[in-house]
Write a protein of this length. Sequence first.
Length: 255
Amino acid sequence: MTRVRLLRDGAVGRIILARPEKRNALDRRMADDLFAALAQFESDAACRVIHLGAEGEDFCAGVDLEALERMLEAGSDAQRADAEALGRVFLAIRALMKPVVCTVRGRALAGGAGLATACDIVLAHEGAEFGYPEVRVGFVPAMVMTMLRRAVGEKHAADLVLTGRIISAEEAERIGLVSRVVPAATFDDDINATLEQISLAPPTSLALTKWLFHKLDALSFEDGIAAGVVTNVESRATDAFKAGVRRFTQRKNRE
């Protein structure tokens, strides 16, 4: 049985973690399923935005410790292959030319918090909780630290990974770990409204915006401006941009 469910809802591709009996804990099979799902929606021309959600009370409890226990005596090659399976999911989310929106109910812990942080936008239920408790079991939040430091900065990141403490959605928003906290009463409606808003934008502008946004990580200030100039010119050459400018000017002329 697959660890994830896929559904395309108009221009929205939905990837739902579907292992609620294990609090959607991540194992090798789920990592492989997630990677395949992302690739499927990336190649789907009708899909403009990807939604990552989960069944059950918790978004994701992190890596499946029972699966890790079964690998305790495995060699370093097997350990590396297992770790790389999740690492390539993080890389795929960043490399996709379509926005990935994560919605979190309940707890997002360890690798589960990392999975959320890898996404472009994170919408948190007001009762959600986040944490990186790996140090408590002698583990290291190794791959997720790359994303966490970028999201919240050095001091907040160190606080989370060295104490392993669990934080509320409100604190997660305050330090920049999530994009927005959404009220429980309007959670589903607000998610769908955000996804629809993104899906209405031209795919070329979405792709160029996401590409440049993450490209800036590796660039100096001057090189970032230069890359912005190139991307600006590329966007001006698209049919979507030309049509959008004409619609705007025609509307202004009618007023």
